[in-house]
Design a protein around this ligand. Sequence first.
Ligand code: 4GX
Length: 260
Amino acid sequence: MWLKLLSGNRILLMLSMKIDVVALFPEIIHPILQAGILKRAQGAGVLSVNVHNLRDFATDRHKSVDDYPYGGGAGMILKPEPLFGAVRTLACQSDARVIYLTPQGMPFNQPLAEALSLESHLVLICGRYKGIDERVRQKLVTDEISIGDYVLTGGEIPALVLIDTIGRVLPGALGDYESAQDDSFSQELLDHPHYTRPSDFEGMKVPEVLLSGHHEKISQWKHEESFRRTVRRRPDLLEKSQLTKEDTDYLSSSSVTEDN
Ligand code: 4GX
């Protein structure tokens, strides 16, 4: 959604994002939202997060949210009624993306975070136990996302991973992407090393080029260090990215494979 703000005599246009989270343990999620960039984004009106307890949408007098699986097997399944109630309440007459966090989903990465940051409303469904009834997936879920190939105890932490990653790339104001553009992964390479004062710490010196004030040489050094780290640590990332002539020259030189 667009936010129109008056700042002095200017009108600022800001994109704002609303996120509804449906969880059995909302208390896991709350504290993370109350610190740092996520707190600031909410204070600035760029981000609005509401966490809902799935149990509040239970339809029977016992407030049950789970039941035994048809066909047998270990573990419980989240019942359809509370989830249908929650999503129909939260995503009514809105073009919300309804996201289920699951190891079976599409792998989450920076490009997906950046694409989702352009949406205006996300509903995140956090499962527990063995998962959710298949009919919720079929009728309500628009996207299934996995944060990695491992199994957590529930979807709350994966939901936080999405909120945190998306929250920090939300443009604070129009044309305010600079610092996120500087990140590792916005160039599809790993980050280069960083240094701060002192220039000599216990005999370990900051690379000369960083003290030179020669901006073009500094940029070239950063790119080469990023490239070198990527070749060594994550060669899989290079298959997807376009190499420049300088990169291929650098690859064939020995400096890529030397120690460090
Ligand atoms: N990336 N979890 C979902 C419930 C569950 C259990 C079995 C389907 C089948 C996860 C992940 C993740 C834990 C969320 C189990 N759903 N989510 N939950 N990795 O491990 O997103």
